[in-house]
Design a protein. Structure first.
Ligand SMILES: *[C@@H]1O[C@H](CO)[C@@H](O)[C@H](O)[C@H]1NC(C)=O
Ligand SMILES: *[C@@H]1O[C@H](CO)[C@@H](O)[C@H](O)[C@H]1NC(C)=O
Ligand SMILES: *[C@@H]1O[C@H](CO)[C@@H](O)[C@H](O)[C@H]1NC(C)=O
Ligand SMILES: *[C@@H]1O[C@H](CO)[C@@H](O)[C@H](O)[C@H]1NC(C)=O
Ligand SMILES: *[C@@H]1O[C@H](CO)[C@@H](O)[C@H](O)[C@H]1NC(C)=O
Length: 254
């Protein structure tokens, strides 16, 4: 069709065709899409979380308004406009706790960094990129996990029928797994209580076992976070497992 119509006026037709390919005035770039990570981002309480969004095609985000928000678009978690963070439009909960990471804006990647993550930060986010009359957004999920303190194992009292040993730890989220083992590595049945901290929303654990025949030596209590990778038997930084045990030289040798 185009060929027959343009046959006698090829030059004029080509010029018109090129003109149509230019973006419309007042809107610097053609339409774009915004993509976020497919899987939820996992962050530990007290650490930093990064929520990255990527423009498709990977054109620069410079000159765009970038907005990360939760339930409502304003006030937002962070608004970045004309190369600056707009604090007037920021939720109080995020004031002083966010940074805009501009390292890769030239290739269309914009990142919100949330510092000192709390349970409040857990949930759904949206990143909205806007330029002129064009805008698009993506949805992201932040999953917050609490890695509690090293368990403290204490011999509570000798009840005649057996010795009671207590294991305590705080700062867990969600509900952790608690496991007791004896010197030979055999599981020991326990009674465990979880309680929520009213201020942080994190869980404290109190777990008790009663052992017979003074077999407290080498008894250990391991607590792990179901969201974090764990390596059985070995406690390493960065894994979700923490273990406390009754030391051979402690008061445990009754
Ligand atoms: C978002 O809205 C839900 C339901 O109204 C509410 O439970 C939640 O706390 C809100 N989250 C934030 C961060 O405002
Ligand atoms: C954009 O993506 C293409 C293809 O993935 C890549 O070759 C190019 O280097 C990227 N551009 C920038 C500015 O990163
Ligand atoms: C992190 O947040 C907690 C709870 O809001 C606060 O108590 C603590 O001081 C903060 N830590 C830093 C380093 O800002
Ligand atoms: C945390 O967010 C995830 C989604 O990222 C959601 O499935 C989960 O229920 C949330 N937990 C709380 C305590 O809000
Ligand atoms: C668990 O909590 C209940 C009720 O708060 C209490 O009666 C029970 O003694 C607690 N058990 C342990 C092992 O702390």
């Amino acid at each position: 069709m185009a060929k027959t119509r343009c046959g006698h006026a090829l030059l004029r037709c080509t010029v018109a065709f090129l003109f149509l390919q230019l973006p419309p005035p007042g809107n610097g770039r053609a339409d774009f899409q915004v993509k976020g990570p497919h899987a939820p981002v996992l962050a530990l309480v007290g650490e930093d979380a990064e929520l990255s969004c990527q423009l498709v095609p990977n054109i620069s985000t410079e000159g765009m308004e970038l907005r990360w928000y939760r339930n409502q678009s304003s006030p937002a978690v962070l608004v970045h406009r004309n190369g600056e963070d707009v604090h007037q439009e920021q939720m109080v909960e995020y004031q002083g706790r966010t940074s805009f990471v501009s390292d890769h804006v030239a290739r269309g990647e914009a990142t919100l960094r949330i510092h000192n993550v709390t349970l409040f930060d857990n949930g759904t986010y949206h990143c909205l990129f806007k330029e002129g009359t064009s805008s698009n957004q993506a949805t992201l999920w932040l999953t917050v996990a609490g890695l509690g303190s090293k368990p403290r194992v204490q011999v509570v009292d000798d009840q005649g029928t057996g010795i009671q040993v207590k294991c305590t730890s705080a700062g867990w989220y969600p509900e952790p797994l608690v496991e007791w083992r004896d010197l030979r590595g055999q599981p020991v049945p326990a009674v465990t209580n979880f309680s929520l901290s009213a201020t942080t929303g994190l869980m404290a654990v109190v777990s008790r076992v009663t052992v017979q025949n003074g077999a407290v030596q080498g008894l250990s209590c391991s607590i792990s976070n179901p969201l974090l990778p764990e390596r059985k038997g070995a406690e390493k930084p960065g894994t979700g497992l923490k273990t406390g045990s009754v030391l051979p030289s402690s008061e445990a040798q009754l």
